[in-house]
Ligand binder design. Structure first.
Ligand code: PGA
Length: 251
């Protein structure tokens, strides 16, 4: 049985004070039967780490550079994240792929650096509207999964795939339960081919893209949907916690 994993992805939002407040409110109310994480902006990670200390919330980061130190102006490395208590890190989010133009080779290096350092890597995949409309969805997802190297990633507990259709992120337009389940099942099947069926049955696959309290139960109850990566709705304690509660009730 895969424990559901709900991760709040704060993106480039909030202030130091509001980050601490939000983290404290979430820490007070999380259930035991769901994994809950939050990924603040880099500059607030340390403050948030103190705010949630002693709780079982997993601290996360939104991005990282793949080298482990050195002359890389402006970048942050995995050892720095570990130093602050970070447990998971995103890689390949569509905003980085499409706005920051991160190519597949860079995403691949980041995911492997995160995994190899002992953290949980959340590898994000998702098609644009144009790709969906031209029936390219499954090809795009397969190619993004092939950025992963089975010879490096051997522990299914530390690999999470986030399926985030680009057209559903921050748009209020959400994938239907059937659309989400179809792609999630395809992701699991592709992972089974790349690794093996047992490994695939243990990897958690999160849905992301306008996931909110109103649609959480329907999406999270799909057989291959093992949690959510939440942007907008993670910025308020009550909406984030109500998604967490929906996951807990299904667990
Ligand atoms: P959203 O973002 O929930 O605001 O659509 C999801 C994400 O980008 O992770």
């Amino acid at each position: 049985m895969r424990t559901k994993f709900i991760a709040g992805h704060w993106k480039m939002n909030l202030t130091k004070t509001s980050s601490i407040e939000l983290a404290r409110s979430i820490a007070k109310a999380i259930p035991n039967n769901v994994d809950v994480g939050i990924a603040p902006p880099f500059v607030y990670i340390d403050a948030v780490a103190s705010a949630i200390s002693g709780s079982k919330i997993l601290l996360g980061a939104q991005d990282v550079f793949y080298e482990s130190g050195g002359a890389f102006t402006g970048e942050i490395c995995v050892p720095m994240l570990k130093d602050l208590g970070v447990r998971f890190c995103l890689s390949g989010h569509s905003e980085r792929r499409h706005i920051l133009n991160e190519p597949p080779e860079l995403v691949s290096k980041k995911t492997h650096a995160i995994y190899s350092a002992g953290l949980i890597a959340i590898h994000c995949v998702g098609e644009t509207l144009e790709q969906r409309d031209s029936n390219q969805t499954l090809n795009v997802i397969r190619a993004q999964l092939q950025e992963l190297k089975p010879e490096i990633i051997t522990d299914p507990a530390r690999l999470v795939i986030a399926y985030e259709p680009v057209w559903a992120i921050g748009t209020g337009r959400v994938a239907t339960e059937q659309q989400a389940q179809e792609v999630h099942a395809f992701i699991r099947q592709t992972i089974a081919q790349m690794w093996n069926p047992d490994f695939a049955s243990r990897v958690r696959i999160q849905y992301g893209g306008s996931l909110k309290p109103e649609n959480a139960k329907g999406l999270l109850s799909q057989p291959d949907v093992d949690g959510g990566l939440i942007g907008g709705a993670s910025l308020k304690a009550d909406s984030f916690l109500s998604i967490v509660k929906a996951a807990a009730e299904l667990s």
